[in-house]
Design a protein around this ligand. Sequence first.
Ligand SMILES: [Cu+2]
Length: 116
Amino acid sequence: MNAMFKAGSSLVLACALAQPVFAAESEPVTETAKKGALVPAEPVWSEGIAKKVDKTTGKLTIAHGAIKNLGMGPMTMMFRVKDPAMLEQVQAGQKIRFHIDIVNGAYTVLRIEPAK
Ligand SMILES: [Cu+2]
């Protein structure tokens, strides 16, 4: 009886650990996310204007519109980017679209591209 309980609880723990941090409750967990990849298969695009681009620290300040998947309203704030190399394609003052999600407890820009 005791042995069965232990086996059961460690299985539950394994499942909890497998759950990616960035999976919002309102969104289904994609196959990619289940495998532990950082970038979900389908980006959730939001729009904004790049205000400050810091390639050395990998930080990007965005005057952003509503970010639906984070439940965040419009504001200007700084985000870290997944890879500083992503900032090569962005300049201050440029209109951009981006996908931000929570990675290891921090808002992280996962995808970014110039917007028209
Ligand atoms: Cu914000």
